[in-house]
Design a protein around this ligand. Structure first.
Ligand code: F6P
Length: 321
């Protein structure tokens, strides 16, 4: 029985430590590990390699994924999934570990329904938006990168008596923006999960400026599409010079934090142990909740959308009105 690992969708820090540990731990357990390159696109094209220790030497500290990733349109079509299955069959690979988001897990579930290839999903996305798990690989590194960005922009904003608008990634989720706003002392936090009132926020900030406030930090989640509106509001209503910084893809890269390295090792260990104990039936996703690891079905993961902890949302209310 061969076990393969694949990284799919948006890459994130923590994928390389996971790939390295996958190879090392498979050898410890006497199993041959395989690497699938370039995500589902590579699987369709048969870009699969028997792993050696040397393939993963010296990668633990690197961001991204050394085996590459992709968002595959072709995998939606049966004929390409069949090609992918033939490649796995030729290598005698019967189990997969997939690092990615819920879209990747759904694709692999379809693959299981078609051809019976069992898999374990490891949540890996900076968006932290997978229902059922409190943590997805890559989130801690992304948050620390955002923190560095906000700290740096604040330095120059305060020097110039300016306001800054910092846009974070997260797709439809405001998680990254919310945690960053809370931990960076932002004055304004605009996320899809919370309504906001620019009139009352404006009055409060104007009063603070009269009493000595020299700069304003606004964190805006990309999912709200409000970055430019907030910039205009600051300049036109609050009459403070303002600049916008879209952090963009720097949030996805960079070397993984200690926490992401540790979570990578733990996620992979649990996944392989589960596979070796023959405890997977079709497709399962490892979730991390209240300090413990558990396995959930794809149906469960898809049964609701992720929602940010209400207590955290409550703490951000004063940054919205
Ligand atoms: O899902 C991860 C993510 O980085 C989102 O936060 C962002 O909206 C999207 O991917 C960007 O995708 P791409 O790298 O294809 O531009």
């Amino acid at each position: 029985m061969g076990i393969a690992i694949i990284t799919s969708g948006g890459d994130c820090a923590g994928m390389n430590p996971a790939i390295k540990h996958f190879v090392d731990y498979c050898f410890i357990k006497g199993k041959q590990p395989y690497l699938i390159y370039d995500g589902l696109e590579g699987l369709i094209d048969g870009n699969i390699k028997k792993a050696k220790h040397s393939d993963v030497a010296g990668i633990l500290h690197q961001g991204g994924t050394i085996i590459g990733s992709s968002r595959s349109q072709r995998f939606f079509e049966y004929e390409y999934r069949k090609k992918a299955f033939e490649h796995l069959k030729s290598h005698k690979i019967t189990k997969l570990i997939v690092l990615g988001g819920d879209g990747s897990f759904r694709a692999l579930k379809q693959f299981y329904d078609d051809f019976g290839i069992q898999f374990i999903g490891i949540p890996a996305t900076i968006d932290n938006d997978i229902f059922g798990t409190e943590y997805c690989l890559g989130v801690d590194t992304a948050l620390n990168t955002i923190r560095n960005g906000i700290d740096a922009v604040r330095d120059t904003s305060s020097s110039f008596k300016r306001a800054c608008v910092i846009e974070t990634m997260g797709r439809d989720s405001g998680y990254l923006a919310l945690i960053s706003a809370l931990t960076s002392g932002a004055e304004v936090c605009i996320i899809p999960e919370l309504e906001y009132d620019l009139i009352s926020l404006g009055e409060k900030l104007k009063d603070q400026m009269v009493h000595g406030r020299k700069y304003i930090v606004c964190v805006v989640a990309e999912g709200t599409k409000q970055t430019h509106n907030i910039l205009n509001w600051l300049e036109n209503d609050l009459h403070i010079e303002a600049r916008a910084t879209i952090l963009g893809h720097i949030q996805r890269g960079g070397n993984p934090t200690v926490y992401d390295r540790l979570m990578a090792v733990e996620f992979v260990t649990f996944a392989i142990d589960q596979i070796l104990n023959s405890k997977i039936n079709d497709g399962l996703v490892i979730v991390y909740k209240e300090g413990k690891f558990d396995f959930k079905t794809i149906d469960y993961i898809n049964s609701a959308t992720y929602s940010v902890k209400p207590t955290l949302l409550e703490m951000a209310q004063n940054m919205t009105k």
